[in-house]
Design a binder for this molecule. Sequence first.
Ligand code: NAP
Length: 311
Amino acid sequence: MSPIRLVIVGIGKIVRDQHIPNIEKNPRFVLAGGVSPHSILEDTPMFKDLDALFASGTEFDAAAVCTPPQVRHGLARQLLLAGKHVFLEKPPGATVSEVEDLAQTAKDKGLSLFASWHSRQAPGVEPAAEWLKGRKLKEVEIVWREDVRHWHPGQEWVWKAGGLGVFDPGINALSIATRILPPFFVRKADLEFPSNCEAPIAARIDYELDGGGPMSSDFDWRQTGPQTWDIRVDTQDGGALRLSKGGTELTIDGHAVDVGPEREYGALYDRFADVVEAGELDADVRPLQQVADAFLLGRRIETEAFYDPAR
Ligand code: NAP
């Protein structure tokens, strides 16, 4: 097959850090253009919005929508209705219904929709899922604590309604958990909102784990120093699994397992090319549903105002 001509919509941090280098390395793609209100990519045809892109007559097959989540649905819908395959950065939308609408639209149009979950491509995740298959679980603990000032300097949208706040990284943990664990259900959630923000800075959640014991997650954006992205699973037969550093390291019963190097976005673009070639839909909403459930059941606690010198 000839390479997929790809347009990127929303040129920001993740596009520069990951999308561009991985598209350039992948012979199954060629970059056909970019759409962004202010930012540009050198040596690439750039447009301020989708209307300008379509008016230009630029030929392309697919688009990666890498904007903040609040505007993802409208842009993705316009692209699908114009007959383009769509790659969605995570989270795939600001609400679950938006993603379901996109999946239905893609289906109706015979197009591919790929809701990407980059953390699921971390090298420890599939070996962990394999090891856990059929085991009875005793306890699960997720601790995902990082420094928002380091990872999102000056980003306004993460603090607006629909920006998800601490669930922006927390959903990465939930994308792994929904891949490796049996179904789980939010039972209690404490969400801490800074007094000057519309989205939470921390969330502590208790779940009921289908057929298993207690499960909890601790998401916090105030951690300075070493960062923590860990999932611990204790099983009833005594074995224990630990995925750390965001799924890049795996330990089983205290022994490190060799899981190979990290190539999350390389794997995402391989998967997108497979999905397009097979004419498939890959749009798992479960991580976003877990976030929505935490907001539905969550108790709102106001905490001190958040200041970021870069904002
Ligand atoms: P960002 O740096 O704020 O970039 C987002 C870009 O979207 C902005 O630069 C803005 O472009 C553009 N944009 C806003 N509204 C638009 C619209 N209506 N049409 C087209 N473009 C629009 O954010 P980011 O960190 O890259 O994050 C983007 C998404 O990637 C988020 O969903 C995030 O969860 C996900 N992600 C981020 C990371 C990370 O490490 N940062 C990692 C994995 C996934 P202008 O500059 O032109 O205004």
